[in-house]
Each structure stands twice: as C-alpha cells, then as structure tokens.
Design a protein around this ligand. Structure first.
Ligand code: PLP
Length: 412
C-alpha cells in the first residue's frame, strides 16, 4: 500500500500487518461497517494536523468512524438538523446536553411529565453540581413563562410525555423560550423525526428547537436490541460545545451498534405507520371497555393536548396525521391495583417490559401518583397502564387484551 510502512518478515508480524486495501468499485445498499479504537495516520504531520472536531478526517474511534459519520448524517436528514453526536443510550444523550450547557447556579426547567430518568438526573447529579431545576405544567405555557428566571439556561421539552401522554403546545413553549433567549432541548423519541419537524415547527423555517435528542433505542433501532441516543443541532458553535463534553465524558458508540441502527432506518417510516395504525385501533377499542376510565393517546379526541397534536402532527396524507404506537389507559378506580397487576400478568402476547418501538408489544403498570407532583387535574382517577404496540396482528392483540380484562375485571 502506497505510503504505508513496510511489513516485517515474521509470520507474527505479517498476520497483524495485512496489506488491506478498502474495496474500490464495490457498492451495496447498506454501507460497510468500520470498527476502530485506533485510527492509523500516514505520517506525523497528518497526526498533528487532524482535529477531532473536524469531520474531514478521522482521529480515534471514539470520535467517529465512517460508519458512525454515516449514521449521524442520516439522522440529521431525518430530523432536519445539521450536526449530530451519538451517545451509548438515550439517557446518555440527555445527560450530555445537560452537562455541556449548564453551570453551577444555572437552572433547568423540565415538564412535569418528563421521561422519569431525566427528572432523576436533575434531582441528583445536576443538583450535586449546583444546578437547580424546576417543573412546569406542560399543558400551561403561561406556567412555563412564569417560571423562567434570569438563571434559567435550558428548557426541556417532550411531546408528548411518554407515560401520561399529554401533548403540549410545543410551538408556544418554544416561542416563549425564544422571546426570553433561553435554549430549548426536545426529547423527540416519540415523534422519531416523522410525526413533526422539530427544527421547523411552523413549516416555514421560522421556529424550531435548539437541540433535538432522540433515544434511537426505540423506533430507529426497531428491534429492542440496541441502546443508542443522538443529539442533533443546527448551530455549529452549540454542536461543538456539546461535542466537547461528549469527548471529555468518553461517550461514543460501537460500529456494530451503529450498523444495527443504519439497518433499521430504511424501514422506519413503514414501521412507525404500522405501529400507529394498530395503536389507534386498539386505543379506540379500549375506550369502549367498561373497566377503562380514560384512554391517553394524543391522536384521540378528548385526550389531554389533542388539539396541540392535531395542529402539529395532524396534517399529512388522508388528514390522519402521525403518532407513535404508544398510549396509556387509566383503569377505573373501582378496580384495585392488585386487579390491574393481575390484568397485566394475564396478558399473553403483551410482554412486561420497559422501552418501546420494537416488534413485540409491551405493557407496564405505572404508579402515577408517585411520579407526578402536580399538574394531574386532567387525569381521571385510576391505575395507569401503558402499552407499546408492536407489529403483531392487531386482532390478536385485541383478543389478548379482551381475555385478560374479562378475567381481571369480571362484570359486576
Ligand atoms: C427510552 C427513552 C429515553 C432513554 O433512552 P435509553 O436509550 O433507554 O437510555 C429517553 N427519552 C424517552 C422519551 C424514552 O422513551
């Protein structure tokens, strides 16, 4: 290989120093998988010249390979961003943003229905660093406006909250933050880059979030077998700030995991629509069941924040809009928590497990009272059960729900 050092003569040397030449003229639907910790430089000058911030060259596996750069570019296309970093989980991506942007004395505002571990991160690690946080009512933009102080440096957004499913007026929340010059970071795992455009909330390029975090663990992976997160921006300086912290914390992803997400992306749109259609059909059916006091699905009329979902995600082919295959129900308070546990245990196709976005339908009972301090007036009394609808046949899932309900909640 031109420019490479001469291999030795011993077999032990030659078996390591193989004259590998990357294939030219080879094309396939999927990109190749590159894996590296060490990246080899042709000479010392190149070693000194290359910078980990500069995507024109490679420096060390943790800072990127052709495989991770390809995934970053495709995720930017998906979410409408310009720069991306990949983290080993969605939660690591969330922590990366907080640690990059917040200093002692700063304040973070979170929606009261935020992804639970985000709240725990603020409550513990961030608090220990002298970063305070407050909780705002996601359905009351005026509440957010009233809570922003000169110390507020970051407002976290989630649309909808992934357990109680309230859909906020995202446009108004972002407008409020813009007017007060406070940065916004959206957890876009539910929308997956498909239900709405996080960096273009009005469709004319005039309004968007500053940072978009995505748990790729969910829909982009689609298999329930990969953990990964992304942080996407449209501002080079902001990206560099996040990337610096990313590097110092040693965050990065492995080539095989990046490849698994790259394999999932081409079918993302089809899968999302299938999960959506099945979830809406089951949510409508559950609305008619006597044991169910309330169905929480932003695409269903009467669900908290439905009008905001309609405004942001409701257009599109057929006017049906798009929503993830995730929803919750509140089981009527006349049924005990033990009965609700028995219902979940009695399901055969729905498995008990956290996460969502994979092919297998999942169920989790949540104790909502211990998760939410306030802002729950719109929720009926009862025990919350969340469903992630997979890719099984919808009539099988409905039958499964029916048999488990009949046994756990016998008619009076
Ligand atoms: C799962 C999830 C995360 C975290 O993703 P992990 O990869 O499991 O760490 C963050 N936000 C939301 C809304 C999620 O559902």
């Amino acid at each position: 290989m031109a420019g490479m050092r001469t291999p030795g003569t011993d077999l032990a040397t030659r078996i390591v120093q193989h004259d590998y030449v990357p294939p030219a003229g080879f094309a396939a639907p999927q990109p190749g998988v590159y894996k590296a910790s060490t990246v080899i430089f042709p000479n010392v000058a190149a070693m000194r010249a290359r910078d980990w911030r500069d995507r024109s060259g490679y420096t060390y596996g943790l800072h990127g390979t052709p495989t991770t750069f390809t995934l970053e570019e495709r995720l930017c296309t998906l979410e409408g961003g310009l720069q991306c970093v990949l983290a080993p989980s969605g939660l690591a991506a969330i922590a990366n943003v907080a640690l990059a942007l917040l200093n002692p004395g700063d304040e973070l505002l979170l929606p009261d229905n935020v992804y639970g571990p985000s709240k725990d991160l603020a409550h513990d690690e961030l608090a220990r660093l002298g970063i305070s946080h407050g909780l705002y009512d996601p359905l009351e933009p005026a509440d957010l406006a009233a809570r922003i102080t000169p110390a507020t440096r970051l407002v976290w957004l989630e649309a909808p909250g992934s357990v109680s499913m309230e859909f906020p007026d995202l446009r108004e929340l972002v407008r409020i933050c813009r007017a007060r010059a406070v940065r916004t970071a959206l957890d876009n795992t539910w929308g997956a880059g498909l239900a709405f455009a996080p960096f273009d909330l009005l469709g004319d390029g005039s309004l968007g979030v500053d940072i978009c975090v995505h748990a790729l663990t969910k829909y982009p992976s689609g298999g329930g077998d990969v953990l990964m997160g992304s942080v996407i921006t449209r501002d080079a300086a902001l990206h560099t700030q996040i990337r610096r912290t990313h590097m110092r914390l040693g965050l990065g992803v492995a080539g095989n995991d990046a490849e698994a997400v790259l394999r999932g992306l081409p079918s993302l749109g089809l899968r999302y629509r299938a999960h959506d259609a099945a979830a809406r059909s089951l949510a409508l059916w559950l609305q008619q069941q006597p044991a169910v006091a309330q169905v929480l699905h932003p695409a269903l009329a009467g669900s908290p924040g439905h009008a905001h979902w309609q405004a942001l995600c409701g257009a599109g082919p057929g006017g049906q809009g798009l929503a993830a295959g995730l929803f919750s129900v509140l089981i009527d308070a006349r049924h005990s928590a033990q009965q609700v546990d028995a219902f979940c245990d009695g399901l055969r196709l729905f498995k008990l497990g956290y996460s969502w976005g994979g092919p297998m339908s999942l169920v989790v009972p949540y104790h909502i009272a211990s998760m939410r301090s306030r802002c729950v007036a719109h929720l009926k009394q009862g025990t919350l059960v969340r469903f992630s609808i997979g890719l099984e046949a919808v009539q099988d899932l409905q039958q499964d729900l029916q048999q488990a309900m009949e046994r756990a909640f016998p008619a009076a």
